[in-house]
Design a protein around this ligand. Structure first.
Ligand code: CMC
Length: 428
């Protein structure tokens, strides 16, 4: 017999279905509760509310576990390329050699931007925020490729739109950087792999072509893989909310980019580096910053710490931390900010405030240091997160359509004035 939960409220009892996920996560299904009882449930920030059943990503926040389609992140982070992970997340299985090769061909085919779309960059001030450019340009792509406005979640139409998005977004990201430094655009090179092609578009100059560097490409691929999906976070939930109105893939994902921009979400990777630079240049002890973060009269937070779901180490942060030392050695670099970050982490792990609230370094804590090591400019960090999160957003967009989910429309409890009569201006 299936498990039930009983809710007793207002003198009546209601039987609610209990459902269980494939990793034994439990859920009380309240979909019929309002119709049966008149009650809604309240959960601002949706900290304890499931919005969907999903096959894509599994997170166990208490144990610090992350799986993409069943594969532990520790196992795939260094072994799989970002393009393989895109295919895995979007289509559900690791691609075989032929599928991967077709997917790579599609990415190469769609990399160039329409010439008239390229011209739009020249109308923007050079100091434009790259995240604003990214979200605006994603919407503009549909003006040049109206077919992407069609809503397909399967078949050739979907495959083409998904590849077009994954590829164009990389070119747009690189061009937003080129524009900001007043340098000419580099056309994509179909002979380079996904990461090398991005680095070429970012860093090639007429007098100095980008020389493929496997160490840097591998580190970039690792960064993208670690950001590829993270179940129902703020930006993915935004993509799903927009998609639930049956909006097209590009507009849904442009909204995800905007949601990611904030400092509590993807913008935290810039915040971490600014915080570490501030600690370094101020010459103040780290304890000063810990006290500031603990002070309830201050809005100051340690960037890169805490997570809604992880109440243990974020496995992505561990992988990045372990990789950083090796990467800096391979590149023959030193970074004084890494020493500050390590000391900060060590101190928080012994501090009652952070222990009792289960605040551990999250993915953003070490990811900026990796991007710094491979030469990505600071204001591009959140764009890099967006590049990485594309396959997760696409997979979630597709799943929502395949499941024909209802339009997202939460309820509220109204706390404003009760009904009253209009008072004409002369009598107010
Ligand atoms: N520094 C100091 N105190 C913190 C921090 C922090 N980074 N994060 C949470 N707290 C405290 C918070 O003040 C609260 O304390 P109290 O119970 O005394 O009021 C308690 O911990 C719980 O915090 P919360 O704000 O209720 O937690 P949340 O689940 O709503 O927020 C978070 C999660 C990630 C937004 C938050 O931890 C935060 O602001 N962290 C800093 C920004 C950051 O690193 N964001 C990246 C998130 S991971 C990747 C991503 O999704 O982009």
């Amino acid at each position: 017999m299936s498990e039930k939960a009983t809710l007793t409220v207002g003198g009546a009892s209601y039987e609610l279905d209990v459902t269980t996920g494939s990793e034994n996560e439990k859920c009380i299904d309240i979909q019929q509760l309002r119709a049966q009882s008149g009650y809604i449930t309240m959960d601002p920030g949706f900290g304890n509310t499931g919005s969907c059943y999903s096959d894509i990503t599994y997170v166990d926040g208490a144990k610090g576990i992350l799986h993409y389609r069943g594969y532990p992140i520790e196992e795939i982070a260094e072994k799989a390329s970002f393009v393989e992970i895109c295919s895995l997340l979007i289509y559900g299985e690791l691609p075989d050699a032929e599928t991967l090769s077709k997917f790579q061909d599609a990415l190469a085919e769609h990399a160039p931007l329409h010439t008239n779309l390229e011209h739009h960059f020249s109308g923007l001030p050079t100091a434009s925020p790259p995240m604003a450019i990214l979200s605006a340009m994603l919407n503009l792509v549909s003006c040049f490729h109206p077919d992407v406005l069609e809503v397909y979640s399967e078949g050739h139409g979907f495959d083409r739109t998904a590849a077009l998005l994954l590829s164009k977004v990389r070119t747009i990201a690189a061009y937003s950087y080129r524009m900001s430094v007043g340098k000419p655009f580099n056309q994509p090179n179909p002979n380079l792999n996904y990461c090398a092609n991005f680095l070429h578009m970012m860093f090639s100059d007429p007098y100095r072509e980008y020389v493929p560097n496997p160490v840097i490409e591998k580190a970039l691929s690792l960064f993208l893989v670690l950001h590829a999906d993270h179940e129902q976070n703020c930006s993915t939930s935004t993509v799903r909310a927009v998609a639930s109105s049956r909006a097209n893939l590009f507009s849904s994902i442009a909204s995800g980019v905007c949601a990611l921009w904030g400092p509590l979400h993807g913008g935290a990777n810039i915040g971490v580096i600014r915080m570490l630079e501030d600690i370094k240049s101020s010459g103040r002890p780290i304890d000063h910053y810990l006290e500031k973060a603990k002070d309830k009269d201050s809005d100051y937070r340690l960037m890169g710490f805490g997570h809604r779901v992880y109440k243990n180490f974020d496995p992505r942060s561990r992988i990045l931390k372990n990789r950083l030392d090796e990467l800096l050695a391979e590149l023959n670099k030193k970074d004084p900010l890494l020493d500050i970050a390590l000391e900060l982490e060590e101190k928080t792990l012994k501090d009652e405030y952070f222990i009792s609230r289960k605040l551990y370094p999250n993915v953003d804590f070490y990811s900026g240091l990796l991007l710094r090591a491979i030469g990505i400019p600071l204001d591009m960090y959140t764009v890099m997160f967006a590049l990485g999160r594309m396959p997760g957003w696409i997979a979630n967009w597709r799943e929502l359509h395949d499941q024909r989910l209802r339009i997202t429309r939460p309820r509220q409890i109204y706390t404003g004035s009760q009904e009253r009569s209009f008072v004409p201006l002369e009598k107010r």
